[in-house]
Design a protein around this ligand. Structure first.
Ligand code: PPS
Length: 588
């Protein structure tokens, strides 16, 4: 039987807002709602929304009772508080398409469906509005810069209309992986009670845990005499992060380095926003709802770096300060952790401020670790545990064993197909992996035959190509994609998706428009100039030149063979193909 409210309240820490707001209805109501749902308009939740709804339904987002309405949204942006004054820093919105929004009205009930089709909840719509997403970015992230992954998601991967309203939950989203490591707030609180843990410090992470993390958490436990909850985020994290299957195996591996019966591992299906300071105390609120008494806020907590120049978006102490400023009102104690560094002479980790004078300190950043993994370079013993290194090596083989995608972009008749064809032939000669050519024209015939050249259709086309290339890359092959791919955002989306699993090499064929138009092998430029074809790239539809291409090749200056040489040189230098792999034609 579920523990009653009184029992939950015996926990030394009460949920945010005083009551754990679990939104799942009882069985009788569930049967009624299932019946009702048959006749209701349905919204298919996006993956981000599935993560949000799980934490709404299970109470981790208490005191929220549904997706935010306009008043709460505006109040959160302006004051970091709900409209009733409760602290809450991050907007939790249900974004929908204009088409869907037009089909519903205030007061309507709608069924919110999991991508697998089940109705997870019914929402009574109280608000429908068009948000100012740039202003939201400024308020939540402190910037409108699209190099910030949270801003990018908000501006480019979020639907234009928000709807808000209370939820009646039917079921939680299903989990098929690591089931035994999943807990609702009620289950964790109950577990802590059973174990007699009255002080629990939560550790949030989106990275594998190495020696420094274990040291840091042990220090926190000792400092306040608490047990530890390792509570890693397994929903959305930051692009380029180590995948969660690998991370979970790493977390499991480090458990044995803690004293017996002092640590618990539970996975949190949270969609992080990477909002730094605001996010830090949001994380604290969530852990409070899971019954933790203390929360560790580290250096640059939930921060992120500018994709281009590598500069962090937030000062390293901003998250700690923000969390500490709200500690009293939050009710969960914030433990700030100083950065721990490895001191070679002492052969151990010490806080920065305690490093003996003149001692040699060594650091390895997460980026450096990823680079070492990718290049097959050694990861030292002082940095991590052998079991963790083994897991990471298994999941991140060096480039010579990874799949990769060469993604061409450029104007029609820029020379993409010719280069791609020759590249394919060379890579087949080298023969380290299977090669698939996804040429623009071929894709349009077989994969996207119903699509035209509107922005929407082109985006669908590029995402389809990206999807196929991703599957090929994930499985260790080589995909060569050859679309025009005129829009920067869509190309970035594809890069984001594929680079999690292997190499992504964007090759911009920068041949000038005049040259392409002069070539006009298919006569399409002439037709476009004559107005016989509409939305033709470069003529009456834009081409956005990339600023993130690994290679830029102008075919008015290079032959296709020279262009292919450049690409092969790049692939060799990055370790994707063996040095001997460059095939020089000696037949003449
Ligand atoms: S996109 O924008 O990436 O989806 O385009 P893509 O799938 O690569 O298709 C490009 C080829 O289709 C022919 N074509 C057009 N291109 C651009 N704009 C319009 N309106 C258009 N209509 C037909 C054209 O031959 C392109 O091939 P390439 O090889 O690039 O010349």
């Amino acid at each position: 039987m579920k523990p009653g409210l009184e029992q939950l309240q015996k926990n030394p820490i009460s949920p945010h807002g005083g009551i754990l707001k679990e939104l799942l209805v009882d069985e009788r109501r569930e049967r009624e709602l299932k019946q009702e749902a048959i006749y209701l308009p349905s919204w298919d939740l996006t993956q981000r929304q599935v993560w949000d709804i799980e934490l709404l339904l299970n109470g981790a987002f208490s005191p929220l009772e549904g997706f935010m309405g306009k008043a709460d949204y505006e109040s959160v942006l302006e004051k970091m508080r709900l409209s009733d004054g409760t602290l809450w820093p991050i907007p939790i919105n249900l974004d929908v398409t204009e088409e869907f929004a037009e089909s519903i009205s205030q007061g309507d009930r709608i069924a919110l469906r999991h991508p697998e089709g089940m109705v997870l909840a019914i929402m009574t719509v109280t608000d429908i509005w068009v948000p100012d997403r740039a202003a939201e970015a400024e308020a939540v992230f402190g910037t409108r810069n699209e190099e910030h992954p949270g801003v990018f998601t908000l501006l480019h991967q979020t639907n234009l209309i928000y709807i808000g309203g209370r939820l009646e939950g039917l079921e939680l989203p299903p989990h098929h992986t690591f089931k035994h490591l999943r807990h609702t707030p009620r289950e964790l609180v109950e577990k802590f009670r059973e174990l007699g843990w009255d002080k629990v410090v939560a550790f949030q992470t989106r990275n594998p845990m190495h020696r420094a993390h274990v040291e840091l958490t042990k220090r926190a436990m000792e400092q306040v005499g608490a047990k530890l909850l390792i509570h890693p985020v397994v929903g959305r994290t930051s692009p380029g992060d180590i995948d969660y299957f690998t991370r979970v195996r790493c977390y499991q591996a480090v458990l044995k380095y803690y004293p017996q019966d002092s640590v618990l591992l539970s996975l949190l299906p949270l969609a992080m926003r990477m909002a730094g300071p605001r996010e830090a105390f949001w994380h604290a609120i969530i852990r409070k709802n899971y019954g933790c008494t203390h929360f560790i806020v580290g250096r640059d907590h939930a921060g992120c770096k500018n994709y281009h120049n590598g500069n962090p978006f937030y000062p390293p102490d901003a998250a700690r300060e923000m969390a500490l400023n709200h500690e009293r009102e939050l009710g969960i104690k914030i433990l700030t952790s100083e950065e721990l560094v490895y001191v070679e002479e002492l052969d151990r980790y010490v806080p920065c401020s305690e490093v003996p004078e003149g001692a040699r300190v060594i650091r390895l950043s997460g980026t450096e670790i990823r680079t070492r993994l990718r290049s097959g370079k050694e990861i030292p013993e002082w940095f991590s545990y052998p079991e963790v290194i083994r897991e990471l090596r298994r999941a991140y083989p060096p480039p010579s064993e990874q799949g990769f995608t060469v993604f061409f972009t450029g104007l029609p008749a820029a020379g993409k197909s010719r280069i791609a064809g020759t590249l394919m032939a060379k890579l087949m000669e080298i023969g380290t992996r299977p090669v698939t050519l996804l040429d623009g024209d071929i894709v349009r015939k077989h994969l996207s035959s119903e699509l035209g050249f509107s922005k929407r259709d082109r985006d669908i086309n590029i995402r389809r190509i990206g999807f196929v290339a991703n599957e090929i890359t994930k499985n260790g092959g080589i995909a060569i994609c050859v679309p025009i791919a005129p829009y920067d955002t869509t190309r970035k989306e594809v890069r984001q998706m594929i680079s999690q699993y292997g190499g992504f090499i964007l090759v911009y064929i920068s041949t000038p428009l005049e040259v392409c138009e002069k070539r006009d092998r298919k006569g399409l430029y002439a037709k476009a100039r004559a107005g016989l074809i509409k939305d033709f790239t470069g003529i009456d539809d834009p081409y956005e030149p990339p600023n993130d291409a690994e290679l830029v090749i102008d075919t008015s200056k290079l032959t296709p063979e020279e262009a292919v040489e450049l690409i092969l040189d790049y692939l060799q230098a990055e370790g994707y193909i063996p040095n001997s792999g460059k095939v020089t034609d000696t037949s003449t």
